[in-house]
Each structure stands twice: as structure tokens, then as C-alpha cells.
Design a protein around this ligand. Structure first.
Ligand code: PNS
Length: 171
């Protein structure tokens, strides 16, 4: 039997404890896990793709079978090019389900040989999202439950830079 290669795709803008929980658990169930960071997210990311990849590398360094790569275009094309037949997605709550089901069904039509596997997020992180974390950061809230210190530091620095940029634009 060949190696089981899976892809855990996302925007990771930036990585949260919720993502890290899925990465840790998925890495135990497959031989090789590729975390795929989408280059051109429709959500116009706060961090560049290089920054998102670098932050993910920092927080996953302890897992020898986890690789961080960026991708552009269709996820199933990236999966095929990587030799992966499994896509991993985390489900936090029922609100995630409709979008996730639609994506999984679309990917299945595009590539019947690639299956999506859902992991339910550990309850402790079920409320965590990059979007909410950025919102809390914007207003100076406590981020320690959302992400490890190195991510919080990068996020606060980025927010500060954004503020400076906005100030320059106003002046
Ligand atoms: O972290 P996100 O933003 O919820 O991740 C969404 C992602 C990256 C998995 C999704 O947008 C994606 O796969 N984009 C690549 C383009 C693609 O393949 N689209 C067709 C399937 S919907």
C-alpha cells in the first residue's frame, strides 16, 4: 500500500488554535499531511501568503510529517499534483456545514478520486476563527485563547502597521 497523503486547505489568515488542533489530529491519522495555504483568497487576506506559510511553519515544526505549501487555482488540481486523495476540513458547528458540504460536493464532482474527510473541532476551540480573532485584535482584546504567543505577536504587529498605513492615507 502507498502512503496516505492528505491536504488540509484553508486561508489561514492567520493560523489559530482551532487549525492547530485539526493539524495535530490529522497528522496522526495520515502518513503525510500537506497544509495548503490558498494564495488568492477571496477574503483579501491581512497576511501575505509568504507570511501565512511562515507562521504555519513556526507552529507545526514539531510534526515531522506535516508540510506547509501554498497553492493557487483549484484545490483538486493541487491535490492531484501532490498525490493526495484526501482533503481534510474542520467542522466547528452546524453553521459551517452548508458551505462545507457544497465545497465537498463540488470537489467530488471535479475529482471523484478525491474524498473530503471532516474532523469535528475540539469543543474548546469551537468558537475560534481567524475572522473573529482579527476582530478581537483590532479592538485590543485578549487573544491568548485564540492562538499561541508567536501568532498573537505577528497579528498585533500587523494591526499596528495597518493603523500606521491608514493614518498616512488620512493625512
Ligand atoms: O479557510 P477557508 O477560507 O475557509 O478555506 C477555503 C478554501 C481554501 C478551502 C477554498 O476556498 C478553496 O478550496 N479554494 C480553492 C479554489 C477551489 O478549488 N474552489 C472549488 C471548491 S469550492
Amino acid at each position: 500500500m502507498g502512503k496516505t497523503i492528505a491536504i488540509y486547505p484553508g486561508s489561514f489568515d492567520p493560523v489559530t488554535r482551532g487549525h492547530m488542533d485539526i493539524i495535530e489530529r490529522a497528522s496522526k491519522t495520515v502518513d503525510h499531511l500537506i497544509v495548503g495555504v490558498l494564495v488568492n483568497s477571496a477574503k483579501s487576506p491581512l497576511f501575505t501568503v509568504e507570511e501565512r506559510v511562515a507562521l504555519l511553519k513556526q507552529v507545526t515544526a514539531q510534526y515531522p510529517n506535516v508540510e506547509i505549501r501554498s497553492f493557487d487555482g483549484l484545490l483538486v488540481d493541487f491535490a492531484r499534483a501532490s498525490g493526495a486523495h484526501i482533503l481534510i476540513r474542520g467542522l466547528r458547528a452546524v453553521t459551517d456545514f452548508e458551505y462545507e458540504l457544497q465545497m465537498a460536493q463540488t470537489n467530488r464532482v471535479l475529482a471523484p478520486d478525491v474524498d473530503t474527510v471532516f474532523l469535528t473541532t475540539t469543543l474548546e476551540y469551537a468558537y475560534v476563527s481567524s475572522t473573529i480573532m482579527k476582530e478581537v485584535a483590532r479592538f485590543g482584546g485578549d487573544l491568548s485563547s485564540f492562538a499561541p504567543p508567536e501568532i498573537i505577536q505577528a497579528l498585533c504587529k500587523k494591526m499596528q502597521e495597518e493603523k500606521e498605513k491608514n493614518k498616512e492615507n488620512i493625512l
